[in-house]
Design a protein around this ligand. Structure first.
Ligand code: NAP
Length: 472
């Protein structure tokens, strides 16, 4: 048999998902000079780029320029994109194994973690991830309704997602109108009555998960003052000792910024973004119609755990915050893929360094890999996915050298394309995506915005002249 990875017998790889980890993996595979590799990337949406399109805040355009790197990868002659083709629905796991030597799952973390407190499911209590997807124009979330007639809103958690949500709720219409926020969100937010947004951290300022530029940027909000309570900005002895021991310059800077906010006299802008520390939600209480009315908080204190970290524990003091909407922003969570082993506890695909493991034997399954948030959990910035994807691709290359791959019955690109056409005639190629991209950019240019997004799959397909409808 001809050697795998040659011109006549290329290594065929399917990547499921098209976010940063998918593109970093494709890039590393296509850069190999001693192997001929063909990469097909699949996404359930017609559009590529995962959370760069659907997660990064619309006022953070600079971060989105990473897509230029990804579109260069897509221009490689051995790369193809099959958008609007859902793994497990349009094409099953078993069918993928008929066409590829290796499959790499890079589907990210598509849902959110819950807090498991009473009242979490009342009307007006939402996952922050849904709000993020809504304002970014994700087709699955465009019809969500958020009651922006409420004047006070709480965001639980102090990570970068929480700060994004609080900032978007606090930006003025003029500020939002310069971004690529979805039109429906721009319209709803321009009528918003929100006056106060609370960001609630369960530990202290030194343990806040948000990063320094994100907290510093809050100072630039045109219509909203940032408020931190002086008592909560104080460093306790445990945190001070830890920062000094670790010489943790970035956390020190963050605390310094928070303390500078705390020392300010009251501002005169018409909205307030209030960052609180050492409080945990214990219950969401509803009004007579079952809508969020009050968030009950317990005050916390910090202690050193046996493992050496600083954790929070409840005191016996409670506080009620009257808010009309609550966003929980306590982390994303991965969703299992059909027929792919999953670690329920961690919300990730069962894997070791990116090799998917057989749950029965804990040994690697030949030809199956994972990268990104669905491999390691929802942490890190976009760039963190590069070394993560390289680690997985190194395992893939080692396994090719050792002859451990799948044995597809149709290992050729033309057969696969034919098969996709049968299953999903409406699939979106990368060239199609470039047409959608160009239409969005042109519309944006006309309005003085970076882009105006398509938010409905039907509109995307109509713009491409793809008329045949297939239920996925
Ligand atoms: P995250 O950084 O893990 O933050 C989660 C927050 O939720 C933490 O403050 C955590 O507090 C808190 N939390 C967890 N469970 C809680 C509970 N039961 N009650 C109260 N608070 C709770 O997650 P994320 O904000 O979803 O962000 C995910 C990743 O994307 C992060 O790596 C983030 O940096 C990245 N991201 C980056 C940007 C950017 O670069 N601008 C933007 C968005 C997201 P503890 O620390 O006490 O656990």
């Amino acid at each position: 048999m001809t050697q795998l990875g040659t011109q006549s017998h290329p290594l065929r790889v399917a990547i499921i998902g098209s976010g940063p980890s998918a593109f970093y993996a494709a890039d590393h595979l296509l850069k190999q000079t001693d192997l001929v590799i063909e990469v097909d990337m699949f996404d359930r949406l017609p559009t590529p780029y995962g959370l760069v399109r659907g997660g990064v805040a619309p006022d953070h355009q600079k971060i989105k320029t990473v897509t230029k790197v990804f579109s260069k990868v897509a221009a490689h002659p051995h790369f193809r994109f099959f958008g609007y083709v859902e793994f497990g629905k349009a094409i099953t796991h078993a069918e993928f194994t008929d066409y590829y030597h290796q499959i790499l799952y890079a589907t990210g973390a598509q849902t959110d973690r819950q807090m498991n407190i009473p009242g979490e499911h009342l009307d007006g209590s939402h996952p922050a991830t849904a709000f993020v997807a809504w304002y970014n124009g994700h087709p699955d979330y465009r019809d969500y309704q958020f009651d922006l007639t409420q004047e006070r809103i709480a965001v639980i958690g102090v990570g970068n997602v929480a700060i994004d949500v609080a900032r978007i709720l606090s930006l003025s219409t003029e500020e939002l109108a310069q971004t690529d926020i979805a039109d429906h969100a721009l319209e709803a937010l321009s009528k918003s009555q929100v006056k106060e947004v609370y960001l609630l951290g369960r530990r202290g300022p030194a343990q806040a998960a948000f990063t320094t530029p994100e907290v510093k940027e809050l100072d630039d909000l045109a219509e909203s003052d940032v408020v931190v309570l002086p008592a909560e900005a104080q460093l306790d002895e445990l945190s001070r000792a830890e920062l000094e021991r670790n010489q943790d310059k970035s956390s020190m800077k963050k605390v310094e910024i928070l303390q500078s906010y705390a020392q300010r006299p009251p501002g005169s802008k018409n909205k307030r973004l209030i960052i609180r520390f050492l409080v945990s939600p214990v219950e969401i209480l509803g009004d007579s119609e079952g809508r969020v009315a009050t968030l009950r908080l317990v005050k916390n204190e910090l202690y050193a755990t046996d493992a050496g970290s600083i954790a929070s524990r409840a005191t016996d003091q409670f506080e009620d915050l009257n808010v009309g909407m609550v966003f929980r922003s306590v982390g994303y969570r991965g969703v299992p893929l059909p027929d792919v082993p999953f670690n329920e506890r961690w919300g990730v695909i069962l894997n070791q360094k990116g090799r998917v493991l057989d749950p029965a034997t804990q040994q690697p399954l030949a030809g199956e890999y994972t990268a990104g948030w669905i491999k390691r959990g929802p942490s890190g910035v976009i760039g963190t996915n590069k070394p993560d994807a390289v680690e997985t691709v190194s395992c893939m290359l080692e396994d090719v050298a050792a002859g451990k791959t799948l044995s597809p019955s149709h290992p050729d690109g033309a057969s696969l394309e034919q098969f996709v056409r049968e299953r999903q005639p409406n699939y979106v190629s990368f060239e199609d995506w470039l047409k959608l991209d160009s239409a969005e950019l042109t519309k944006g240019q006309q309005q003085g915005r970076p882009r105006v997004k398509f938010t409905s799959i039907d509109d995307m397909l109509a713009a491409l002249g793809h008329t045949e409808t297939v239920e996925q």
